[in-house]
Design a protein around this ligand. Structure first.
Ligand SMILES: Cc1cc2nc3c(=O)[nH]c(=O)nc-3n(C[C@H](O)[C@H](O)[C@H](O)COP(=O)(O)OP(=O)(O)OC[C@H]3O[C@@H](n4cnc5c(N)ncnc54)[C@H](O)[C@@H]3O)c2cc1C
Length: 320
């Protein structure tokens, strides 16, 4: 019995969401009185032994070049084989795009119960019960997993990680070489921006901004704060912004520390993707806009008057 944690990487660097699942998985192992181990696939530039500070004892590393590009079939096979040969009974992923793609395949392969979108540590006092958000985050469900192997995909930004001391033993997985039926020949990446899924601060715009030509103020504030930019679906559908920026029920689901919404009404489908944000700031000229009900801070005003003032204030603050 052990806990196996999938460590996601991009171009040889460990993704931020992986640190969260490492800390979470180590805590689950502690609850179950067992050890936590990580698995990482592809050539790495980062030091793997230092991941011990998150509480894991071992890192299985399959360095075959075939894993450099993400491929859910090849990744599922390698993780499944490692889980079986090492007797893992709980397997943990981040509930991001890669994690979602592998967790569901692995669940079918290992006949393992899966909870995707977990938001807390499992209750192991009697059985194994995992809490997750349902109905677009409006309610919680407690799911009891009774299968011998259990899989959890943790929603990003749900667990506060604490680091300690220690080094993990790095074990080469030479047998895992990947044998996918599909070949990834390349991926298109958006360069030079803060990736939305990893961002701690997000500045987002809606149809209240009137047109794509007015996005300068969203980008200026994002640049000043080191934030990512996002938008409502109405904006992406109108081709004012690219679809990868669209958040909500049918777009990305995010949980940044700050979500700053400008000229967005706060329709329930939009809130579904952002209501896990730690702090929500809303600027809307309509005092009755539904978004104000979910906001921690609200400014009733015209975005075209308020935003330049906020940008100036941040510039001044940064100059001091
Ligand atoms: C099945 C389904 C799935 C959907 N999925 C999503 C989703 O994933 N994400 C999503 O966002 N939407 C989604 N929608 C659409 C959603 O219902 C809303 O239509 C959409 O979110 C509205 O976008 P908006 O708030 O930008 O635009 P609007 O509803 O047009 O709101 C614009 C807001 O800007 C304010 N405003 C106008 N001018 C100014 C100004 N000068 N200064 C300040 N404020 C101003 C207005 O008061 C208004 O509140 C979905 C809908 C359906 C039916």
């Amino acid at each position: 019995m052990s806990v196996l944690i999938f460590i996601d990487q991009s171009e040889g660097h460990i993704k931020k969401s992986s640190f969260e699942v490492l800390g979470y998985g180590a805590k689950v192992a502690e609850q179950l009185g067992t050890t936590a181990e990580g698995i990482i696939l592809g050539k790495m530039n980062d030091d793997l032994a230092s991941l011990g500070k998150y509480g894991i004892k071992k890192v299985y590393h399959a360095a075959s070049d075939t894993f450099n590009m993400f491929d859910s079939q090849a990744y599922t096979k390698a993780i499944g084989e490692a889980a079986v040969s090492n007797g893992a009974t709980v397997i943990i992923f981040s509930n991001n795009l890669n994690g979602k793609a592998i967790a569901s395949r692995l669940s079918a392969r290992l006949k393992a119960g899966l909870v995707s979108g977990a938001v807390a540590l499992p209750d192991t006092s009697s059985g194994f019960i995992v809490k997750k958000g349902v109905f677009s985050g409006k309610a919680f469900a407690n799911i009891s997993l009774a299968t011998p192997v259990k899989i959890i995909a943790l929603n990003p930004n749900s667990y506060q990680v604490k680091t300690g001391e220690g080094l993990a033993e790095v074990v080469a997985l030479t047998s895992a070489v990947g044998s996918a039926q599909t070949k990834v020949t390349g991926t298109n990446k958006i360069i030079g921006e803060v990736p939305l899924s990893e961002a701690e601060l997000v500045i987002s715009g809606g149809r209240g901004l009137k047109g794509p030509e007015n996005w300068g103020m969203i980008e200026d504030l994002a640049k000043l704060l080191g934030a990512a930019t996002a938008c409502s679906r109405a904006v992406a559908d109108a081709h004012w912004r690219p679809h990868h920026e669209h958040v909500g029920q049918t777009g990305g689901s995010i949980a940044p520390n700050l979500y700053f919404a400008v000229g967005i009404s706060g329709a329930i489908q939009h809130l579904a993707g952002v209501n896990r944000s730690k702090v929500i700031v809303v600027i809307n000229k309509d005092p009755e806009a539904p978004f104000f009900k979910s906001a921690d801070y609200g400014i009733v005003g015209d975005a075209f008057e308020v935003m330049p003032k906020i940008i100036e204030a941040v510039k001044k603050m940064k100059a001091h």
